[in-house]
Write a protein that binds this ligand. Structure first.
Ligand SMILES: N[C@@H](CCC(=O)N[C@@H](CS)C(=O)NCC(=O)O)C(=O)O
Length: 224
């Protein structure tokens, strides 16, 4: 099976970061390509990879069979089925259910945080003040992390123990937001953010983002 991961601009595409992290976790070799969002190349991607409409998308080729898997959650499930040894979900059934619940909430919720704190891997705003709704999202995320650590007896490590799982991949874009917008967190949450940002696959993604030159104005603030 050959994989090609098609990602949006890394600077802005937190969804692509998730897929990158889960794919790296499988340790399977893959090709990757960045298709800049809202450009002719992006339109072409949509035509060629229909029905995928957004990025990331995974193109999995095996012999004459070419599958297109889109949406970071379905990419995660596809890879988890194909690579059970990667441990993308925790082994324990209760922990697995918990990890899936966290991912599902992260996938579909936190609308204020997404709207007010867009992912931007090139910026570091020092004087951003979250509004009440965004603050409530931030608190909820830190509460979920604490709950996961308590459930898995792994305070301060990855969400479900010593091993990186899909749940960590799903929260990686949020962690990057916390750093971009200088969000004040408790010590444990800060340590978790450091851990995820130091993860080699995250660091590689962030470094690659630094050499991208596309600018998406609606994801940029003018203030510092
Ligand atoms: N739920 C999707 C969301 C993907 C998404 O929103 N991707 C953005 C780029 S970060 C996109 O393709 N935007 C273009 C559009 O919506 O037209 C996932 O998990 O992959």
């Amino acid at each position: 099976m050959q994989y090609k991961l098609v990602m949006g601009n890394r600077v802005y595409s937190g969804w692509s970061l998730r897929a990158w992290l889960v794919l790296r976790q499988t340790r399977h070799e893959f090709q990757h390509e960045v298709v800049p969002l809202y450009t002719e190349e992006f339109d072409l991607f949509r035509k060629e990879c229909f029905p995928a409409r957004q990025l990331p998308a995974l193109i999995a080729t095996e012999g004459d069979t070419r599958r297109i898997i889109w949406d970071s959650l379905s990419i995660t499930e596809f890879l988890s089925e194909r690579h059970p040894d990667a441990g993308l979900w925790p082994e324990d059934a209760s922990m697995r259910a918990a990890a899936r619940s966290l991912c599902a909430e992260m996938h579909s919720g936190f609308k204020a945080l997404r709207a007010k704190m867009p992912v931007n891997l090139k910026r570091h705003y020092k004087s951003f003040s979250p509004d009440d709704e965004t603050l409530a999202d931030i608190r909820r995320i830190c509460d979920l992390w604490k709950w996961a650590w308590a459930e898995s007896d792994g305070e301060g490590a990855y969400l479900f123990g010593e091993r990186f799982t899909a749940a960590d991949a799903f929260f990686a874009p949020v962690v990057s937001r916390f750093r971009t917008y200088s969000i004040d967190l408790d010590d444990l949450s800060n340590a978790y953010c450091d851990l995820l940002l130091r993860h080699p696959a995250t660091a590689e993604f962030i470094e690659a983002a630094q050499s991208e030159t596309w600018v998406m104005e609606h994801n940029e603030f003018n203030s510092e």
